[in-house]
Write a protein that binds this ligand. Structure first.
Ligand code: F6P
Length: 367
């Protein structure tokens, strides 16, 4: 009988997930690893929890050519936390229960020897907790936000930056034609990676990131420098988690059952009002890129990174390197302890060379 490795994707989707899945299937479909069968749980662990289980075989036929496709063929969710699983009571209210023992029992029933969990920090926290309960887990990091510690990059990030930069370039020409200030909001949660890289790639006048709280008067001054006799334009990139000095990010608690993250998004409009209140006289328009940054085809670099991560995850299964996560460090694909990867959030370092270079390019961080 073949040994079984279960693959799942958890949390928000991101370009490159399918490329990882395909690489894992190819790894186990070639050479001496043929005594393994690759299974996919539909919608993170919810597939294993379903009765009957929604677990499919992943093979050459259903994964052929998927590396160019966005999203994930095995679906994903950020609501199926096995340790805080939402259950509806008879009166319609919801309670969260720990279903990890049930999950482990089901994995054993399936005959799963190893689990490859492809996900961000939330998913890798689940991986670590399952590892501590004896499950043979390997993590593969993904997120457009690039906010996971212990890895220099996550796949999906560069695609998101490319999408944001393409939009930014379009906004520049219309800003110039109309003498306008364009505010473009990008994703990234509490980290400014997407905003910073887009601002450098696009040549923004102002880049606002959570790590550097902004002073609205300084931003207005910078915009004013761009105008002479009423003519001029300015392009601003703002991270969804950006905040003013002595203020806080624009976030709401989600009403969705089982959704644990704060919901960010929409700061571009609040910031636009702040600019007007601080005396900015120019016409201002706001663009919120939202989920376009997560959709569509991964760019080549992300396909490559995702493929390398998938192959490394396969090797780690054979080498029994459990409780670890695949990572890229100093241009090498390595494995790192899951507990280190989830220990801290990866913010943009304000003393980094990237920030210094951006400042030298004339980009204002509003500080
Ligand atoms: O973590 C990825 C991300 O796209 C963030 O940048 C964003 O804040 C969040 O997910 C959006 O989540 P959802 O898809 O649940 O609205």
């Amino acid at each position: 009988m073949k040994k079984k490795v279960l693959v799942l994707t958890g949390g928000g989707d991101c370009p490159g997930l399918n490329a990882v899945i395909r690489a894992i299937v190819k790894f186990f479909g070639n050479g001496n690893e043929k005594d393994w069968q690759v299974l996919g749980s539909i919608e993170a662990f919810n597939g294993v929890f379903a009765d009957p289980m929604e677990v499919i075989e992943l093979n050459g036929s259903n994964t052929a050519g998927i590396h160019v496709k966005g999203g994930t063929i095995i679906k994903t969710t950020n609501k199926g936390h096995p340790f805080n699983y939402p259950i509806q009571n008879a009166d319609g209210t919801w309670t969260e229960i720990d279903r990890s023992d049930d999950l482990i029992e089901r994995l054993n029933k399936l005959g799963v020897e190893a689990v490859i969990n492809i996900g961000g920090d939330g998913s890798q926290t689940i991986s670590q907790k399952l590892f501590e309960k004896g499950v043979n887990v390997i993590g593969v990091p993904k997120t457009i936000d690039n906010d996971l510690s212990s890895t220099d990059f996550t796949f999906g990030f560069r695609t998101a930056v490319q999408i944001a930069t393409d939009s930014f370039d379009k906004l520049v020409t219309t800003a110039e034609s109309h003498d306008r200030v364009m505010i473009m909001e990008v994703m990234g949660r509490d980290a400014g990676w997407i905003a910073l890289h887009t601002a450098i790639a696009g040549g923004a006048e102002v880049c606002l990131i959570p790590e550097i709280p902004y002073d609205i008067d300084k931003v207005v001054n910078r915009i004013n420098q761009r105008y002479k006799n009423g003519r001029g334009f300015a392009n601003i990139v703002i991270a969804e988690g950006a905040k003013p000095k002595d203020g806080h990010a624009y976030a709401q608690k989600s009403q969705e059952v089982g959704y644990e993250n704060r919901r960010l998004g929409g700061i571009a409009f609040r910031f636009s009002e702040e600019l007007k209140a601080a005396g900015c006289k120019a016409d201002i328009r706001e663009t919120v890129l939202g989920h376009t940054q997560r959709g569509g085809t991964p760019i080549a670099d992300d396909r490559v990174l995702a493929t390398l991560f998938g192959i490394k995850a396969g090797q780690m299964v054979l080498n029994q390197e459990f409780g670890k996560m695949v990572a890229i460090k100093n241009n090498s694909i390595v494995s790192v302890p899951l507990k280190d990867a989830i220990k801290e959030y990866k913010f943009v370092r304000t003393d980094s060379f990237e920030i210094e270079a951006a400042r030298r390019m004339g980009i204002s961080f509003g500080d």
